[in-house]
Design a protein around this ligand. Structure first.
Ligand SMILES: [Fe+2]
Ligand SMILES: [Fe+2]
Length: 162
């Protein structure tokens, strides 16, 4: 698509994040299978469900703009998950693997936080109030997922791996 206006850029970024969320629903099941710690597995399982809801929420955002939901390839999220999978393949120790997966998951959350943060700002600037509200709900979920991952990393996992 040609990007001329902020509206075009907003729609492009929406498609980018729609692609990213769909990509994440494919990456998380692998991490659920590999998680050694019960709390970490539960966190991944919960966030997978949350992510499915975020995809539905994005579909509502597209609808609020009279646009059809569509993804546009996002090399950034592909790079983050590709690197994580390579790393995961090299680690044999279960606790070290958990630490690596927490780090990878946080890279994903931070990516999402930057994208949704931008989208909320642009939606407000463009007067897309419904979209701004919906995107803000997802942004809060991404912040909360990131915080839970930090707590888990700081509590026991990284110490055990050391
Ligand atoms: Fe997400
Ligand atoms: Fe997320």
């Amino acid at each position: 698509m040609t990007i001329k206006t902020l509206d075009d850029l907003f729609l492009h970024t929406l498609k980018d994040v729609y692609f990213a969320e769909n990509h994440i629903t494919k990456a998380l099941p692998k991490m659920i299978r590999k998680a050694g710690d019960d709390k970490l597995r539960k966190l991944f399982e919960d966030h997978l469900e949350e992510t499915k809801g975020q995809i539905e929420r994005l579909e509502k955002v597209f609808k609020s703009l009279d646009e059809k939901p569509a993804g546009e390839e996002c090399p950034a999220i592909e790079g983050i998950t590709e690197e994580a999978e390579e790393l995961m393949g090299e680690i044999k120790d279960a606790e070290t693997l958990d630490a690596a997966m927490i780090a990878a998951a946080q890279a994903v959350e931070h990516y999402e936080i930057t994208r949704y943060g931008t989208l909320v700002t642009w939606a407000k600037q463009l007067g897309h109030d419904e979209a701004a509200k919906l995107l803000g709900e997802t942004l809060d979920q991404e912040y909360s997922a990131d915080k839970k991952l930090s707590k888990l990393a700081e509590s026991s996992l990284n110490k055990k791996a050391a």
